[in-house]
Design a protein around this ligand. Sequence first.
Ligand SMILES: C[S@@+](CC[C@H](N)C(=O)[O-])C[C@H]1O[C@@H](n2cnc3c(N)ncnc32)[C@H](O)[C@@H]1O
Length: 276
Amino acid sequence: MPGIIDWNELWKATHTRGFIHHDEDLAAHWDRRAKEFNKRVMKHREKAERQVAQLGLQPHETVLDVGAGTGRLAIPMAKIARSVTALDQSGGMLNCLKENMQSEGISNIQCIQKSWQDVGLDEIPAHDVVISSNSLGVYDLLDALVKMDRLAKRAVYIFTFTDHHRDDGFREFLMNEKRPQNAFQPAGYLMIYNLLADIGIYADIKIQDWESREHYSSIDDAVASWKTMHEIPSENEPKLREFLSKKLIEDDQGLCIHRSTKQAMISWQKSPQTTA
Ligand SMILES: C[S@@+](CC[C@H](N)C(=O)[O-])C[C@H]1O[C@@H](n2cnc3c(N)ncnc32)[C@H](O)[C@@H]1O
């Protein structure tokens, strides 16, 4: 029941760009950057394992990973749980996931290529745990959250960056390149949290530091990677090169960019928890 602020309408108003035609746009967007994304994130195995450790998965449990991408979390989850259903709208991302499964010798992940908004409640069975990690590319947040709740037997976990200033100036640089600066945009994680409360789900929220080091063999390698990941037009390449050359530092593994940000873990348990 919305209060003074209708969080779902606010979400729609601030997330329209890119999501409203998501069936084509967002899937194609991830198809284009799948290989580069996979190369970047699958290197950080330890970080994924730390994230998965917070879910308290048991060997008999099943997991539904909404927006599983290339399996950064699905792979380590599949090593603990009975099975993982990896849902993603992007065929390119799921192809990388299947390659990763093969190279890790994993067979208990079932891939479903579909948008979360197109999934009917009777299409996928309930799983013990439902998770989404930086993957809520949906226009109707209420519908997406209710579906996650209904399909979870034990718990739901949502990981999301705390705001759009998530990377120490990189994002602002990119936004200046791509679109006019949006002077005010409320943080998405607060909309998720408040919308949940409006529908009677009192979630826990934990803010965590998110550090990453991205290594490149050369400045050309970094420019090529950033161009693909952030879809930066060729005419902006000189500016991108100048920007990256100021940010890249040498460490023992080559040229490196250190990025830090904060991530929110929003979670709720399905069975009532009682305190003594
Ligand atoms: C940033 S990646 C994150 C992948 C993975 N969860 C992780 O943590 O590494 C976002 C992924 O979510 C998927 N995604 C976003 N919105 C989605 C939706 N509405 N339905 C299905 N997949 C979605 C994208 O296709 C993409 O593969």
